[in-house]
Design a protein. Sequence first.
Length: 86
Amino acid sequence: MKNHDSKFRIPQSAFRIGMIGAGNMGQALLGGLRRQGVPASRLCVVETNAERASMALRRFAVESVSMERLAQRCHVVIIAVKPQDL
């Protein structure tokens, strides 16, 4: 059976993942992605807390960006914040 949606696929080398939140849950997910070999250049994070954004950069070399920039750059967005923080 022919795969008709292949023209819509994004090459894995270009696939970008954005994370909203770099607290405990966000950092656990970022760490897992990095351990699985996802390069930091394909990850970015939105974090309003400057200390947590800095920690994500130090621990995982992941760039902190604005919400608009994340929406423009990323193919997948993971929301890693507590429900009351949405």
